[in-house]
Every structure is written in C-alpha cells, then in structure tokens.
Design a protein around this ligand. Structure first.
Ligand code: PLP
Ligand code: ZN
Length: 406
C-alpha cells in the first residue's frame, strides 16, 4: 500500500532510501517522505476516507507506512469544540479548540506521532524503541510500546512534573532520568540510537514521526466539513507540529479535498523558551538556541530541530508568532477551563494566551475563524495551578454549616 518513494532532505533535496536515518547524509537537515501523489489520487478519494473508522488511519494513504498498521490502531479523532465565549473575548468570528488532551491512550497529541513511528519501527524489524522527552512523548512511547510488546528506553529530565513521570513509569519502560537539559538528553539519545540500533521515535525515525502530526490538520478540515479555518494557533517545542500542520493543509489542497487558501499559521511559546518566536519576529530562519527557564516543561526545547522550517512555514502562510510570560499561560489555562470547560496543560495555556496577544496586536481579526490547538491534558501539569485555584472552605455535614456559606 505504500506511496512513499524515498526520504528527501528538506534543505538540499538529497534522496535517501527508506529506513532509519539521523538526518540528511549530505547536510544533516531533517528528511521528509516523498509521496507518489498521482498514485494517492487514484487510490483514494475524500468519500472513501469518510466511510472508514474514526482514527488517524482513515488517512493512511497520506501516512508513510509500507504496510497496514498493526498496532496503535485506536489513535486520533479528538473533539473539535466551538467556544463562542472565546471568540467574543478575542474579537474574532469563531473559535474552535482541538482537544488533544483526550487523545487515546496517553492524553496528548504525541499519540499521533508515536503511532506512526512505532508501526515503522515494527516494519523495520526493530525490537526496541525510545525517545528523549519533555514528558508527553515519554508517556506516549511507554504506552504504545507496552501495547505493541516492544522494549522502550525513555529519557526524561530529572525535574519533570509528577503526572508525567508517573504517566510514564506505570507502563514499566526502562526510564532514564537525566540531570541535564532536554537538548543535552537529545544528544545522548542520538548517540544511543547509533550505538544500540534502537528506534528513537523523534531522532532516527523522525521522518515518519513528524508525519503523524499532519493528521491533526486532516481531522480539523474534515470536522469543519472539509474546509480550512482562516487561522490556527499552536504551541511549539521542536517546531515539528506547526510545520506539519502547514504541510497537512497543503496536501489536502493539492488533492482537491479542500479549497485554499491554507490557514495562516500562528506559533506560541513561553517567554522563557521562545527561540522560534524570536526567529519569526526577526524574519530570519536562523535559530539562536536559548537556555529554557519556564514552567511550561512540554515546550522547553532551547534548540529546536525543526525551528528553521517552522519559521518558514509560519512566515510563508502570512502568520506570526507570540511569546507569553508564565503568569499569562496560567490565565490561559483558567480561561479555557471557565469559558470552554476544557482543562488544558501548560502548553494549551500558552496557546490561549498567545491567541489573546495576537488578537490585541491585530493579527487575528473580526472575520477570522480560528482553531486553537490544545495539545495536552491539564491533569498532567497541576503544579502550574498551585496557589492559583483555591479548594474553598470545609464544612460539617449539616445544613446549618451550608447555610452559613450561602
Ligand atoms: C511536544 C508538544 C508540543 C510541540 O511539539 P513540537 O512538534 O515538538 O513542536 C506541543 N504541545 C505539547 C503538549 C507537546 O507535548
Ligand atoms: Zn540535505
């Protein structure tokens, strides 16, 4: 069933055989699958997709597997919820939230990327997968590997939130807690992938992993009745998600499944780790690495692999980027909870706060139809709300006590 011809370098175009690669052999840049678009157009129509089960695999011709998926079969099709109160607040036409916090099985959009990477690992005959992670990816790799019966080596910073640590170790992977930044852990995992031949989902399987993020774009378009919103606001860590959202909408337009234009892409990061936002605002595709200093652990990647391409995708789409201080991120979490009934993790708070800033700056306008990507579940990062929400007074189990409260 494969429509992937080769893996091509995003920077210099050099083609590589399908398989596990650390990056382009010629220049080191990321690789992307090159598809046979005529073959895809002949094999599947929008109408076929609509009749299939509501998982990411309904778009399987647009994903880089060479055989039908054999594991992670229930991933995808999270709700797209309209939140009119947020539209009023931002002063835009309509707002929807893509709620990845209820993704099966690990409650973040990382289920999508891992589902693709782990099936590729099985195709390549690998028995061990792993990742460096800021949290959500660790949860997803551990969960999906357990279900697939693969060994997992998961590398996390020693300062990770309890929810994300417990949400990893419960699946009994080999967990390595590293005293170092994400970027240092990433280099260690690169060396480990080479030394032991492991499938590191976001390193030597990254060309496949990244494609999983496109399914968020596909679902948003289909859930809106096969059309694109005018703007999308999404959090950025390594810069893969925002890049692949752009790619996903571009592919739907290319296939004629939706009409253009593609949405304007807006990227969000916390002020304490905003290397991609800085590049966008400077109009430069050169990323200057930073030392992260933020409560938003899931976005704390100081040297983002896909940063240059995220910057390009945003600028070419006519979008922009915003960095928000941590206290505004917390306000973003509580706004989404109060107005939408949606409990997002810190990255979702960053997205809502960034949308507010972008609206104030005039980047989001009165006629815009905006999708906000809430990429993870708030129960994994409750520490962010310490001292922000109060549990209220305690009373005795009698009406008199209740009466005094009312
Ligand atoms: C990983 C992650 C992101 C960003 O993903 P990139 O593709 O690395 O930019 C956003 N939100 C959450 C919650 C994540 O875990
Ligand atoms: Zn190259």
């Amino acid at each position: 069933m494969s429509f992937v011809l080769s893996l091509a370098c995003r920077r210099c175009g050099t083609e590589h055989e399908k398989g596990a690669h650390l990056g382009c052999a010629a220049c080191g840049a990321p690789l992307d699958p090159r598809y046979d678009w005529d073959g895809i157009a002949q094999a599947v129509a929008r109408h076929d997709v609509q009749l299939r089960p509501r998982t990411i695999w309904r778009y399987r011709e647009l994903l880089p597997l060479d055989a039908p998926p054999s594991t992670s079969l229930h991933v995808g099709w999270t709700p797209l919820i309209e939140v009119p109160q947020l539209a009023d607040l931002l002063g835009v036409g309509r707002v929807w939230v893509k709620v990845e916090g209820v993704s099966f099985p690990s409650l973040s959009f990382k289920d999508r990327v891992v589902a693709v990477a782990i099936n590729k690992a099985l195709e390549l005959g690998m028995r061990t997968v792993g990742c460096p992670s800021t949290g959500n990816l660790a949860n997803a790799v551990a969960a999906h590997a357990a279900a697939a019966g693969l060994d997992a080596w998961v590398f996390i910073p020693d300062t990770l939130e309890q929810g994300k640590t417990v949400g990893t170790i419960v699946y009994r992977p080999s967990v390595v807690r590293v005293h170092g930044t994400y970027d240092e852990i990433n280099r260690l995992c690169r060396d480990a992938a080479v030394r032991y031949g492991w499938g590191m989902v976001n390193i030597n399987l990254r060309a496949y992993y990244g494609e999983g993020s496109k399914t968020m774009a596909f679902e948003i378009a289909e859930q809106l009745g096969w059309r694109a919103p005018s703007a999308i606001v999404t959090p950025m860590a390594g810069g893969s998600l925002v890049t692949k959202l752009g790619k996903g909408f571009g592919e739907l337009i290319r296939l004629g499944w939706i009409d253009g234009p593609a949405p304007r892409l807006f990227g969000a990061q916390p002020v304490g780790c905003a290397p991609i936002v800085t590049a966008v605002q400077n109009g430069s595709e050169t990323i200057t690495p930073v030392q992260p200093n933020t409560l938003v652990r899931s976005l704390a990647i100081g040297d983002p692999v896909d940063g240059p391409w995220a910057t390009r995708a945003i600028l070419e789409s006519g979008g922009w980027a915003a960095a928000v201080p941590d206290p505004e991120m917390v306000e973003g979490i509580t706004m989404l909870a109060e107005f939408g009934g949606i409990f997002a993790e810190t990255a979702g708070g960053v997205t809502v706060a960034a949308a507010r800033q972008l609206a104030t700056e005039g980047w989001l306008k009165a006629d815009d139809e905006v999708v906000l990507c809430s990429t993870g579940n708030g129960l994994k990062t409750v520490e962010a709300l310490d001292g922000v929400v109060s549990t209220g007074p305690v009373i005795g189990p009698n009406l008199a006590d209740l009466e005094r409260l009312l």
